[in-house]
Design a protein around this ligand. Structure first.
Ligand code: ZN
Length: 243
């Protein structure tokens, strides 16, 4: 059940990410349309995963490629909910799913547009601190660790970005990444920063090697890997805290 809701949520998050930042109401209440030919998609083309597979990732009318992102969005949206509800109590799972879907939206926007909007990262940071203060479920970091995590997450990434610029003579890591790391620091605490960065780096490196995209000049899309690492580590933190 959580998985099905997750698939549908992932589908909506994918649609929102594709249109970002020109969001209107249509991705929630209206009908999606092909970005290439503009044809409105029928109900049969909006079934998560199944539609993508049946159409082999193409528009049924004009044959334009839809790309992998809608499928990845749907599977990740479902995966977030399944992982959370399979391993955690319902209240903890709901909180973890909220974080997971928020991070998924950020990851999709970063993958599609190469940026991490402040309007999503800054509230997520604030929410992390608020959650740490309110402590609605066991296993959360204490408020001080959360606030320090947000502060040092931001400063750490700014410092790394400065070093990178001095070394390579150009920007490799954006300030959006710094704010995402601040958000993860708020949710995972100061002690969660190093594991998050390390996990994200291993995932990014593994993907780069597996996909053959390991030229140093390629832009570093670190946001999606940070988001994935942050979600998994948060689930782990709640799982250990509850046990
Ligand atoms: Zn089309």
């Amino acid at each position: 059940m959580a998985g099905l809701v997750g698939l549908a949520s992932g589908s909506m998050l994918g649609a929102a990410a594709a249109r970002w930042p020109d969001l209107d109401q249509s991705f929630l209440v209206g009908r999606s349309a092909c970005a290439s030919c503009g044809r409105t998609l029928g109900p049969g083309e909006l079934v998560p995963v199944w539609s993508w597979l049946r159409q082999r990732g193409r528009c049924r009318h004009c044959g334009a490629s839809i790309g992998w992102l809608p499928l990845v969005a749907e599977l990740a949206g479902g995966g977030v909910a399944v992982l959370a509800f399979a391993t955690l109590d319902p209240a903890s799972a709901a909180l973890a799913t909220l974080l997971g879907w928020w991070l998924l939206l950020l990851a999709l926007i970063d993958a599609e547009h190469g940026r991490l909007p402040d309007v999503l990262t800054l509230p997520l940071t604030g929410l992390g601190v608020v959650v740490a203060v309110a402590a609605p479920v066991p296993g959360l970091v204490d408020p001080l660790a959360s606030a320090l995590g947000a502060l040092f997450g931001f400063l750490l990434f700014v410092a790394v970005a400065r070093l990178y610029r001095a070394w390579r003579g150009r920007d490799g890591l954006g300030h959006g990444d710094a704010k995402l790391l601040a958000a993860l620091g708020a949710w995972l605490g100061l002690g969660g920063l190093a594991p998050a960065i390390l996990t994200a780096a291993i995932l990014a490196l593994g993907f780069a090697l597996a996909s053959g995209r390991h030229r140093a000049d390629d832009a570093l899309a670190f946001g999606p890997w940070l988001a994935l690492a942050g979600f998994v580590l948060f689930c782990w933190q709640l799982f250990v805290g509850a046990g």
